[in-house]
Design a binder for this molecule. Structure first.
Ligand SMILES: [Zn+2]
Length: 81
């Protein structure tokens, strides 16, 4: 699984909407990929904050920014290719 694929299904993962196979692939990738783990942690934290202020869904703009943040980090060569 690539970082892009991981990011794409992360929301489903957090909602518990991934199948067992996809979940295993995702967790295997996260075990090896620090940038994706950092992204997941940020995503979770942000989602908790938005829930605290009464929102169920993370705003699309925020998702987009988080995704871009990770892609920028990868582009700088700080993560695995
Ligand atoms: Zn990754």
């Amino acid at each position: 699984m690539t970082c892009q694929e991981t990011i794409a299904i992360l929301a489903d993962y957090l909602e518990g909407e991934c199948g067992p196979e996809m979940l295993a692939d995702l967790e295997r990738h996260l075990a090896d990929c620090a940038p994706c783990r950092a992204y997941l942690a940020t995503y979770k934290r942000t989602r908790e904050l938005t829930e605290q202020v009464g929102r169920v869904e993370m705003p699309e703009e925020m998702r987009r920014r988080l995704r871009q943040f990770l892609l920028d980090t990868l582009a700088k060569g700080e993560g695995p290719s």
